[in-house]
Design a protein around this ligand. Structure first.
Ligand SMILES: NC(=O)c1ccc[n+]([C@@H]2O[C@H](COP(=O)([O-])OP(=O)(O)OC[C@H]3O[C@@H](n4cnc5c(N)ncnc54)[C@H](OP(=O)(O)O)[C@@H]3O)[C@@H](O)[C@H]2O)c1
Length: 275
């Protein structure tokens, strides 16, 4: 990849207290970026070479103030990594609208709030990069993670459109789609309340969740995703989409486009033990 210099560039990383966001903030800081990392709780290990501030992406005023503080402190903002997010497990039938809304408030609307806060600044300067951290679950509807997949599909759709809208202003918009990655994501995943009591899905739900958790805890290191994000931020004209992680999982995203639908579905159902 061709490279742009990082020196002096200011980047906001949301969800920087843990996992991919933490790895990203650390690596970008080591690579010459001025990094402002945000989350609801402070990182357990103090940030090395970057600045942390509290910012809940569910709170529009907090996002607006947070972005304004960074621009005031650093004098500019060059890029944002919309990474804050969490997972929820449960059958679609066992997910209440309230639980779904709660998830979308962070995974989808959180990214929208941050995009809306940074875009006037990016447009005014005629430059800026937005990296939205999606998931391979944003390319494939994963059984018993249906609402998580839906939140990432929503992010994907918005990102595709946004990229075309802001291209004439010199703003770049990119999707990074990690496969299973070893982070706090597994421990932080919520289960829908009804999944604990509804017997109809119980056995298949437990089997699928076990598979999902094994894949995540045995998954790639968050530094691998961080390295990809660094490459994207240094690229003068990045693509719309980058997948990262286990080659089999990355292949699944491709297979989805080429295999007959029934065969693909059969494979996914066998894989997660939900047939
Ligand atoms: N791990 C995987 O296998 C995997 C695979 C594909 C995609 N992803 C995506 O990667 C991103 C990062 O996840 P991770 O794996 O690094 O998980 P993680 O270790 O649990 O980190 C999630 C981060 O998001 C922050 N966060 C959650 N809710 C927030 C809110 N309302 N406002 C601000 N920050 C919030 C958390 O901090 P606080 O709780 O302190 O706010 C934390 O810093 C997510 O978007 C996830 O969907 C993960």
């Amino acid at each position: 990849m061709a490279r742009e210099a990082a020196e002096g560039k200011v980047v906001l990383v949301t969800g920087a207290s843990s996992g991919i966001g933490r790895a990203c903030a650390d690596l970008l800081a080591r690579s010459g970026f001025t990094v402002h990392g945000t989350s609801r709780s402070a990182p357990v290990d103090p940030p090395a070479g970057w600045t942390w501030q509290e910012m809940d992406v569910r709170d529009g005023a907090a996002v607006g103030d947070g972005v304004a503080r960074i621009v005031a402190a650093a004098g500019r903002l060059d890029a944002v990594v919309n990474n804050a997010g969490f997972g929820i497990a449960g059958a679609v039938e066992d997910t209440t609208v309230g639980e779904a809304l709660d998830l979308f408030q962070t995974n989808f609307l959180g990214a929208l709030r941050v995009c809306r806060a940074v875009l006037p600044h990016f447009r005014a300067r005629g430059t800026g990069t937005i990296v939205n951290v999606s998931s391979l679950g944003g390319r494939i509807g994963l059984p018993f993670q249906g609402l998580y997949s839906a939140s990432k599909y929503a992010l994907e759709g918005m990102t595709e459109a946004l990229r075309m809208e802001v291209k004439p202003f010199g703003v770049k918009v990119v999707l990074v789609e990690p496969g299973d990655t070893r982070t706090g994501f597994t421990a932080h995943r919520q289960r829908t309340a009804l999944s604990e009591t509804n017997g109809a899905y119980r056995e298949r739900f437990i089997r699928a969740l076990q598979r999902i958790e094994e894949d995540e805890t045995g998954g790639g290191s968050p530094e691998v995703v961080a390295r990809l994000i660094l490459r994207v931020l240094r690229h003068p004209s990045p693509r719309l989409r980058y997948t990262v992680g286990n080659p089999v999982q990355r292949l699944a995203a491709v297979a989805r486009g080429v295999l007959p639908g029934r065969l693909f579905e059969w494979g996914i159902m066998r894989y997660y033990g939900v047939h």
